[in-house]
Every structure is written in structure tokens, then in C-alpha cells.
Design a protein around this ligand. Sequence first.
Ligand code: HMG
Ligand code: MG
Length: 369
Amino acid sequence: MFSRHVSGSLRRCSGRFPSSRAYASVTSTNPNRVDIVEVGPRDGLQNEKTVIPPEVKVDLINRLGRAGMDIVEAGSFVSPKWVPQMAGTADVISQMERLHGHRYPVLVPNTKGLELLLDLLAKHPASPSTPAPTDEIAMFSAATDAFTKANTNCTIAESLARLEPVARKALDNGLRVRGYVSVVITCPYTGKVDSAKVKEVARALLDMGCYEVSLGDTVGTGNPTSVRAMLETVMGGSAGLPAAKLAGHFHDTFGTAVANVMTALDMGIRTIDAAVGGLGGCPYSPGATGNVATEDVMYALQGSKYSYPGDLNAMVDIGAWISDVLGRQNASRAGKAILAKKTRERKFKELEPKRERDGGNAETIAAKL
Ligand code: HMG
Ligand code: MG
């Protein structure tokens, strides 16, 4: 991963994944710094049924940036026939606020998507005052043929063959490349997934020059035991993949995503994908719910040895705002609890003049709120 602590200090990869094109992770000075990739504007919105105007997506990204989220997945250059909600990504990333030192990766499934992105970048070059709309793509494959067929209309092998030239061209054009492996625990079409296959696909993506591969529990069936077992296979053995090159991406269908995040951190992973308000779902993973809520991850890390980007209170407000805009329940447990506490405190304050007038007992009134 790229560390915000050493911004600008890109270096070429050496060692186990020796692609001369591969950007390396630069180790943070703080080994317990957790990077959060905020995937709300992409994974969070892609499955929403009503058309979300670009202005709302831009507003969401801007709010997230101002709340200190320095890696925000901003959209996808995928086929609009497959995922109509992401059709306006070119408009979104050219209109959004681009903060210096922040990263705005976009999903790219094939050469066509990359070419559309490169055309856009040519029209919006970086200037001293404004960074380019993005300098990073994310490519995705999966651990089962059934899922890659449903999601990208090809087998795993075909998807890797399709992605190899995408990675090469992106790196040649100075873009960072991130990878995803979906269905690392369970496939919605074939059930339990072989962790050895997860490792094989993740390695293939790293060998193409991905600086990091995010392991996606797309269906959200994982629990700490199955996530640990999967990571032991992926990271273990003679050809184990290093934790520094992996990220965790947990959907929260069974309510175990925060526990899974803590398991991944315990095993040395330091990059976690999360979505404000617990937004999200994959259109090709029926029944799966949203990503782990960013607010819940932040809350879980409070007081721990881990540090993380962003302002929890600001994220709670963004989670409430976007849930309201989308007309859906706020799926962040921490977000809802913090909002409820804020409401109680506000009401308590509003009643202060009355308390003073009546000589009321503060504790009794607080207990009634
Ligand atoms: P295909 O139908 O085999 O592709 O789809 P095609 O090459 O035959 O093209 C079909 C049409 O789409 C053509 O248009 C192309 O031009 C157009 P037509 O000639 O019919 O008018 N097209 C495109 N248009 C814009 N941008 C493009 C593009 N490519 C083709 N890039 C394809 C293959 C990969 C394109 C398709 O399956 C696709 O776009 N899939 C993306 C699905 C997707 O976005 N899924 C969600 C993201 S992954 C995810 O959520 C999981 C993750 O969160 C991790 C986890 O949770 O596990 C990352
Ligand atoms: Mg996902």
C-alpha cells in the first residue's frame, strides 16, 4: 500500500513479485497504522436501484475527503449495460474535489474501460493546484469460475488473461494498480471456496504488478474462524503472500464483518475496505448486504494500538446523510448509536432553561431522555 506518511516516495518493487512495473508498498513508520479504503461511492452505490445523480456522488466523495478519508474508491469504468449505476463515473471524477495527497481509485474491468479512463485523464491533466481525477485503477477477478462468469462474463483464466494487458498499460501510463479477488470464503453459485484458489488468483494479480490485492468476502458469510483459515492458506507455506500486499474487504451479511476486520488485522493485514453507512452490495452476489461500515471499523479501533484516518464524528454525519438521501436504513451500528447519543445530548441541552426555571434535577431529566 502507499503510505500517506511518505507521500510522493513511490519506489519500484523488488523481491518476491519482481515486476519492474510494480509499485511497491512503502512501509509506514507506524506498523499499526490501518489504511481504510472508503468504497462507499463505488461498492456502496453500484447496487442501488434508483438512479443516483452525479451531483450526489460528487457530494458524497467531497464530504468523505473533507472528513479525512484519504483513499476513496470513486466509481467504475465498467459496462453500463452490466452496472448502470456507475455509468456517470467520468462526470463524477472530473467534477469532484481532488485533494492533494488523497487517492481516488476507480474500477476497470477491461482495456475498453482503461481507454475511456485514459481519454478522460488526457482531458483533465493535473495542474499545480489540482491533481488529476485519479492516478489509480482497481482490477477484479474472483476465486471461482461461476462468479467471474456472472460478474465479468468469463472464466478466471480468461479474466486474468484480459487483465494482464490492462495492468501493463495502466502501469505504463503511470497509474497505480490495485487488485481484488472476490468470493474468498463462499461463492453464491458454488458454495464453499477453496482458499488455495484465492491464493493462486491473488498471486497472479500481484505478478501483473498490482501493489496490493484486496480479498473480498463478497457474500459476507465469513466469520473469524473461516477468515483466519483462508488467510493462513493465502499467507502461509513457502509461497505465502505477504500481509503487506493484502487488504481485507468484508461484506456484513451475517453481522461478522467487524470481527473479520479484527481477525485480518490480528494476522498482520493493515488495509481494510469499508463503506460509510455500511452501504453496498455486488449486483452479481444475490442476497449479500453492504460492506462493513467505516464508522463501525473506526469505533472498533478506538483505544486500540491501531491508528486510522478520518474523523469518526464527521463520518457518522455522512452515514446519516447518505442513508437519508438514498431512503435506506443506516446500516452502521456505531453510526446509529452515536447519532442517538447526540440527539439525547441535544434534547438535554434544549431542556436546560426549563430545568433552571423548575429547579429540576439534571440526572432525573437525563434519565427520561
Ligand atoms: P461483455 O458483455 O462480455 O463485454 O461484458 P463486451 O466486450 O461484449 O461488451 C458489451 C458491451 O459493453 C459493448 O457495447 C461494449 O462496448 C461495452 P455494445 O457494443 O453492445 O454497445 N463495454 C463497455 N462500456 C463501457 N466501459 C467498459 C466496457 N466494456 C464493454 N469498460 C464486462 C464484460 C467485463 C465489460 C462486463 O461484464 C462488466 O462490465 N462487468 C462489471 C461488473 C461489475 O462492475 N461488478 C461489480 C464490481 S466487482 C465487485 O463489486 C466486487 C468487489 O467489491 C469485491 C468483493 O466484494 O468481492 C470489488
Ligand atoms: Mg464488494
